[in-house]
Design a protein around this ligand. Structure first.
Ligand code: PRP
Length: 186
């Protein structure tokens, strides 16, 4: 789905980040990552399903080096509110990360609770390193101090969809990132 969809969709408010801006951002993030991991043969990208699918696909292809890819799916425990900070693994890695250079790939850092838990969980497995790459970060929503090593865009604390991010599982396939109309999610 493209920009036309944003203009015609009454549930969407406004375009926040264009497809081109995302592509440019990920190319530059890839250059940074290449430089930081230069001389290290091992780099395992860990995508957090489902939102990170698009970022993973494009960031991995922007990287001019060998990488491996693996996936985790997590959800907040119990109430369904993702701010509980208590996380349950729905799908674990296929890979043993002991001794590996792990780079977590996320679509958005919102409260930071998911990533905070995930970093601690992966650290407990004895990796050589754990870093984080996130396309979006919402500084005003963060409840945990999280050191995000590679950040695409800092955005306002609004409900955003597209490029992997959903509202009720819709809009993940939107090529750009847009805000949801206020009356839709309130
Ligand atoms: C999103 C996103 C992160 C998490 C960030 O996933 O992909 O994993 O929320 O939120 P936090 O910083 O407040 O913890 P979501 O739970 O919406 O699942 P999805 O990726 O399958 O859409």
């Amino acid at each position: 789905m493209d920009l036309q969809r944003v203009e015609n969709d009454v549930d969407l408010d406004q375009l926040l980040i264009t497809e081109d801006e995302i592509a440019t951002c990920l190319r530059s993030m890839a250059k940074e990552i290449e430089a930081d991991y230069a001389g290290k043969d091992d780099l395992l990208l860990v995508g957090v399903l489902k939102g990170a699918v698009m970022v993973m696909a494009d960031l991995a292809r922007a990287l001019d080096r060998h990488v491996e890819m693996d996936w985790m799916a997590v959800t907040s425990y119990g109430s369904g509110t993702k701010s509980s900070g208590v996380v349950r693994i729905l799908k674990d890695l296929d890979t043993d990360v002991a001794g590996r250079n792990v780079l977590i790939v996320e679509d958005v850092v919102d409260t930071g609770l998911t990533l905070s838990w995930l970093v601690a969980n992966l650290q407990s497995r004895g990796p050589a390193s754990v870093r984080i790459a996130a396309l979006l970060r919402k500084p005003d929503a963060m409840q945990m101090e999280i050191d995000v090593d590679y950040v695409g865009f800092d955005i306002p604390n609004a409900f955003v969809v597209g490029y992997g991010l959903d509202y009720g599982e819709k809009y993940r396939n939107l090529r750009c990132i847009a805000t949801l109309a206020g009356d839709v999610h309130d």
